[in-house]
Design a protein around this ligand. Structure first.
Ligand SMILES: NC(=O)c1ccc[n+]([C@@H]2O[C@H](COP(=O)([O-])OP(=O)(O)OC[C@H]3O[C@@H](n4cnc5c(N)ncnc54)[C@H](OP(=O)(O)O)[C@@H]3O)[C@@H](O)[C@H]2O)c1
Length: 257
């Protein structure tokens, strides 16, 4: 049984992508445009959004805003609802900083938490009442496999992504019975500017286009948890079931940290 109603037909569907100016969001925008979706592309950099919109063959309009601004979420959601409604909102905006325990600062913690986690709450506050009233719509949040268990250098990032996974499950319980889909996208390593600074070999690294293909395939399957590449994420998710002692050993062993 599918958790969500499978999405196989994108023609005319209005998708609001936040974090569409680069990386996975950019590749997903281009892919969904090819499949006929009507797109609203958001992020902070208007020039990046316009460049992506130009690759989307006239189906996309750009709507820049900062996802850490709660009031902007409210205004954007109300506007898009008034302009014809939102079928699916996908939050891909995110930030990453590799931080060991002794490198965490309040500023860094707030910076990552604001965009990775608070933005998800702002999305829910802006969109869930609209979707509830309409009895349709969909919310896709983005976690990471870094959220499945403690990992070196993921002090703040991993905690925000674990919280996003928890939030998505809770949203699903409330919203799915109302006819509103909820998904959580959990990528492994994807070659984007987010991972460009990593100084370690990234296992099972994939391109943003492969990530976009996996996301669309996940929607088509009606999966709740869209994780990829499976050869990496499945192993990690199984490892996360191990007793903590074994998990800690595995993390030290595989990362050398
Ligand atoms: N790459 C990976 O290996 C990987 C793995 C697991 C999870 N993820 C997650 O996947 C998502 C996409 O990551 P990516 O690798 O594609 O990164 P990316 O290439 O850096 O793209 C991130 C996007 O988010 C936007 N963004 C950042 N802060 C924002 C803000 N405050 N308001 C609005 N938009 C904002 C950026 O545009 P502007 O700078 O123009 O605002 C950009 O378009 C993130 O949630 C990330 O945590 C990535």
């Amino acid at each position: 049984m599918s958790a969500n109603a499978p999405i196989r037909q994108w023609q005319g569907r209005h998708v609001w992508l936040i974090g569409a100016g680069h990386g996975i969001g950019e590749a997903l925008a281009v892919k969904l445009a090819k499949l006929g979706a009507r797109l609203t592309l958001s992020g902070r950099n208007p020039y990046a959004l316009q460049a992506v919109a130009a690759r989307c063959a006239g189906t996309a309009k750009s709507a820049p805003f900062d996802a850490t601004d709660a009031a902007a979420w409210q205004a954007m959601a109300a506007r898009l609802d008034a302009e014809g409604g939102i079928d699916l909102v996908v939050l891909l905006a995110g930030d990453y900083l590799p931080l060991r325990a002794w490198e965490v600062t309040p500023e860094a913690a707030r910076k990552l938490t604001d965009v990775n986690l608070m933005a998800a709450f702002y999305l829910v506050a802006a969109c869930a009442p609209i979707f509830r009233q309409r009895g349709k719509g969909g919310i896709a949040l983005t976690g990471s496999v870094a959220g499945v268990g403690g990992m070196p250098k993921a002090t703040v990032y991993g905690a925000t992504k674990a919280a996003v996974n928890h939030l998505a499950q809770t949203l699903y319980l409330d919203l799915a019975p109302l006819g509103v889909g909820v998904w959580v996208i959990n990528p492994g390593f994807v070659r984007t500017r987010l991972t460009a600074g990593n100084d370690f070999a990234m296992p099972a690294l994939i391109s943003p286009e492969e990530a976009a293909d996996a996301i669309v395939a996940g929607f088509a399957q009606g999966a709740f948890d869209i994780h990829f590449p499976r050869r990496f994420t499945t192993v990690l998710k199984l490892a996360a079931l191990l007793p903590r002692r074994a998990w800690f050993w595995l993390m030290h062993k595989t990362t050398g940290l």
